[in-house]
Design a binder for this molecule. Structure first.
Ligand SMILES: [Fe+2]
Length: 445
């Protein structure tokens, strides 16, 4: 995927879209075929939909946007639109709806896909419709499916029972020459106006001034975080914000989700596998409040979203903002742990080829990173093509996460991509890295 999507011939673009649709569907099928019918319709956590809801919702969104809107075709199943409208029914209520069963769902999404491939065969990308410019609506729908695939992977993590998912391990880590990187700051271009498949909240590109700061080279690891746990971090209100302290007590949090201590050893559950806690892997399944408390305990703070993106994209040698930390080329397996290729974060130092020009590593992939920023529109934001993607979520209730996780696909994990969630959420594949203000001697070095 590159800026030059617009340079592709219509046939090249058609082929590219076809590949992306096929890739996302293969993943959806893999995640849903992995479990039996019972597991597909069961709600594994109040936080999540039954897998069969996600599956039919993927098909329904595809029908709404690509079959009906782009294609101008007759509806296949208008009667089910309401059931699969995420804004009509909160996740907790979805199991009690008269949902399509697994067999009906599979038939429905397959019928939709057949129609979509026909629409794709005939669509004129240069017809002057903004929705099909550079195949945007197709890009949005394939990203939507991949985003739900990550959500379904989180449901798998919450599911109890025998393991059903497996993948080869990620590359090994290495020790780093420096735990932190000094960032000189300055003005840089944040966001994008040229990524063809960027979503509305990533737009437009705009200049931002960032003061000098220091940021961790890699995300905080399990070993780092364990020291906070063992040092009584969860019992000491000094490290917590007022809201964080209230939450940690109410929810009785004592360690990251899926951790447990048995006979003095720490374990974690990963897709139904019980494993000794790997100390060199980025910590995950911590909420924003836990990230914030750890940072304070460590004498640091969380980076702002602007600081995160500056560290990830700014190239001081050219003054330019890159697409990705390593440059403008799309992510390869040497750059980042993405796409559910490895069903875990990679150890610290595993991706030297993914370093940013400033020397910051593992910004893309592995774990989503909590930032200290609320989810806000960029200056010049325009809600498009619908208000419910971003507009209705802006405000102080949500914190921004950046960079994608091992569960995020490369078609989603742009350097500009913005995720957001409530500060109490732990079921997502989220960790963090710390930042701090420079000491005077660092500024004048
Ligand atoms: Fe959705």
């Amino acid at each position: 995927m590159n800026h030059q999507l617009s340079d592709l011939s219509p046939e090249g673009l058609r082929a590219f879209v076809g590949e992306q649709l096929e890739r996302s569907r293969a993943r959806t099928v893999q995640l849903t075929d992995a479990v039996d019918t019972d597991d597909l319709v069961r709600q594994h956590s109040k936080l999540m939909s039954p897998l069969v809801w996600d599956y039919a919702h993927i098909g329904n969104q595809e029908e709404l946007w690509l079959v009906r809107d782009v294609g101008g075709r007759e509806p296949l199943r208008q009667d089910i639109d309401e059931l699969y409208d995420a804004f009509q029914h909160p996740r907790a209520d979805r199991p009690s709806l008269p949902l399509l069963g697994p067999a009906e769902t599979r038939t429905y999404v397959t019928e939709v896909r057949d129609k979509v491939l026909d629409v794709l065969d005939h669509v004129k990308f240069d017809a002057g419709r903004e929705l099909v410019d550079n195949a945007f609506a197709f890009g949005m729908i394939t990203q939507h499916e991949q985003q739900h695939d990550e959500t379904m992977l989180a449901t798998h993590q919450l599911r109890e029972g025998a393991p059903v998912l497996d993948a080869p391990p990620p590359p090994t880590g290495r020790s780093l020459s420096s735990a932190e990187v000094f960032v000189p700051g300055g003005v840089f271009e944040m966001g994008t106006s040229i990524e063809p498949w960027a979503l509305d909240n990533e737009r437009p590109a705009h200049g931002v001034h960032v003061k000098p700061y220091v940021i961790d080279t890699v995300p905080v690891t399990n070993g780092d975080y364990l020291r906070f746990v063992l040092g009584g971090g969860y019992e000491d209100p000094r490290w917590w914000s007022e809201a964080g302290w209230a939450h940690v007590q109410k929810a009785s949090l004592v360690a990251p989700r899926f951790w447990s201590q048995v006979d003095g050893e720490w374990w974690r559950v990963r897709f139904a596998h019980q494993e000794l806690l790997p100390l060199d892997e980025p910590v995950m399944h911590v909420c924003f409040y836990e990230a914030e408390a750890y940072a304070k305990w460590a004498g640091k703070r969380l980076p702002t979203e602007e600081e995160w993106e500056f560290a990830a994209r700014f190239d001081p040698s050219t003054g330019r903002t890159r697409r990705f930390p390593w440059g403008d080329e799309s992510p390869g397996p040497q750059h980042a742990n993405l796409g559910q290729r490895h069903l875990r974060p990679a150890p610290a130092g595993a991706y030297p080829a993914g370093a940013s020009p400033l020397g910051v590593e593992q910004l893309i992939g592995d774990v989503w990173e909590w930032t200290s920023s609320d989810f806000r529109p960029y200056p010049g934001f325009r809600a498009w093509p619908y208000d419910e993607y971003s507009l209705v979520f802006f405000g102080p209730d949500y914190k921004v996460l950046r960079g994608g996780s091992f569960g995020t696909d490369e078609v989603v994990a742009r350097g500009t991509f913005r995720n957001w969630d409530y500060p109490i959420r732990r079921q997502i594949f989220a960790g963090f890295r710390c930042a701090r203000d420079p000491r005077p001697e660092e500024l004048h070095a």
